[in-house]
Design a protein around this ligand. Structure first.
Ligand code: DLL
Length: 433
């Protein structure tokens, strides 16, 4: 099923000419209304009317998260506050949050994109959507909520937390679709087991998971443990919130990006150069319909690649491969670059290991060190020390063989690594700043 047949199946040329028209309008608007953008354009001597093709976009400088901080809270808004009907913010790890504002039309567009996303994931009227993304300044809760109502499903605004109650509601209200972070779905499965609830006996059919990196192996783990189809959804508050892109249930292979609202580019994170289609690099997004806070060439820090091949679902919007992680989370261990999700993939392939882990990075004598803490299951944990030592060596060897890095392994008891109701914290970086 496709929510908006007309726009989701536009031929490529039509998408691109729509993109160019909307891009030109957006550039003119930001040049006229946002001093920051006017300075950015003036710095490189480009006027909005000189952007005559999609390729010309490259002439415009990037926008960074720091630019949002420097213009805190409302400096990048292109619309007066009396036109802004909603404000969200994302809590950075340090300092002030980044603030975004939506006009009525922005909310309508977001709702439409979430309606498309739910439909792509196989949700429809008659579904009971159990929304466990956090409601509040975080965009996950309300973003998913509006889209769920739009498709005519019955939405339960659970928000995060209180996991036992979540399970009771799922059981009693007959939830068919679960929306939360992938890691939280596994936590719910764990609580269900503790409470003696057979999670497979629930009516849940599909989970729409995002807001944090996760691997293909983690998907397998969730699909098996929770007994549902697990769909990847991508988004970020600076650009929209959830629903920038989603996988379709037909292929479960790459996130369709709603290209009538966004222009995507992949750049080399070191040089800033635009890479050819298909190459892996950092995702840069330009919004072309947003009114409240348009974003021009925003550097997301997320690492992915464009999949240009047509998809079996019939949607013509290009896909992005599952995010490998964020460039800021990439670990450089003795010269080798690795993403936490790559380590996750290796761990998930090893018998006796649970899908709960944490990576501790430190620096000793000027060299980065990595300790992988991973939970073992009850059965493995009750084994003799010799067996555990062997397991630990197996993990170490696999990581070395597959990723080429040496690390220390610390096997820990089941349920000792902190669970999260939102984004899981996979990396603890103790290196001196
Ligand atoms: O996490 C929006 C969202 C809510 C997306 C619910 C999906 C579902 P922020 O808090 O601003 O917004 O965080 C955005 O989270 O730049 C990525 O690094 C990461 N992220 C989001 N979705 C995925 C995903 C929301 N599917 C940041 N895979 C982004 C990997 C993801 N990383």
């Amino acid at each position: 099923m496709i929510w908006n047949d007309e726009f989701e199946t536009l031929p490529r040329e039509a998408i691109e000419s729509l993109q160019l028209k909307r891009l030109q309008q957006t550039l003119e608007k930001v040049y006229a209304t946002v001093p920051f953008y006017r300075q950015q354009f003036d710095k490189v001597g480009v006027m909005p009317e000189q952007i005559k093709s999609l390729d010309d976009l490259r002439r415009i400088p990037f926008t960074l998260k720091q630019d949002m901080r420097d213009n805190y809270p409302y400096g990048l808004f292109a619309t007066p506050l009396d036109q802004i009907v909603r404000i969200h913010a994302s809590s950075g790890t340090t300092g002030k949050p980044t603030v975004v504002g939506y006009t009525r039309r922005d909310i309508d567009n977001w709702t439409e994109m979430m309606a498309r996303s739910f439909t792509a994931a196989g949700a429809h009227r008659g579904d009971v959507i159990h929304n466990a993304y956090g409601y509040g300044l975080f965009t996950g809760g309300l973003g998913a909520h509006y889209g769920a109502e739009k498709i005519g499903a019955s939405v339960i605004p659970m928000s995060g937390g209180n996991s036992k109650k979540q399970l009771m509601i799922m059981q009693d209200f007959g939830s068919t679709v679960l929306t939360c972070t992938p890691s939280y779905s596994l936590y719910l499965a764990e609580i269900a087991a503790e409470e003696g609830i057979d999670i497979h006996s629930l009516k849940l059919r599909v989970g729409i998971f995002g807001a944090e990196p996760w691997s293909e192996k983690m998907r397998d783990e969730i699909q098996e443990k929770v007994g549902i189809k697990a769909i990847d959804i991508y988004g970020l508050s600076e650009i929209l919130g959830p629903g920038v892109g989603i996988e379709c249930i037909e292929a479960q292979a790459g996130l369709h990006i709603w290209e009538d609202h966004f222009i995507i580019e992949i750049i080399d994170p070191d040089t800033g150069e635009v890479l050819p289609v298909g190459e892996q690099g950092e995702l840069v997004i330009t919004t072309i319909t947003k009114e409240g806070i348009p974003m021009i060439r925003y550097r997301t820090r997320d690492i992915t690649r464009i999949i240009a091949e047509p998809c079996i679902c019939g949607r013509t919007h290009r896909r992005l491969q599952r995010m490998s992680g964020r460039s800021d989370d990439m670990l450089i261990i003795r010269g080798v670059n690795v993403f936490p999700s790559q380590i996750e993939s290796v761990l998930m392939d090893i018998e006796g290991v649970e899908p709960h882990y944490q990576l501790i990075v430190d620096r000793e004598e000027n060299l980065d060190t990595l300790e992988v803490q991973v939970e073992v299951n009850e059965k493995a944990f009750s084994d003799e020390i010799k067996v555990l030592q062997k397991l630990s060596r197996t993990i170490q060897d696999s990581i070395k063989d597959i990723l080429g890095i040496s690390c220390r392994i610390r096997l820990v008891e089941p349920k000792t690594i902190a669970r999260s109701e939102g984004k899981a914290k996979r990396v603890i970086d103790n290196r001196p700043k």
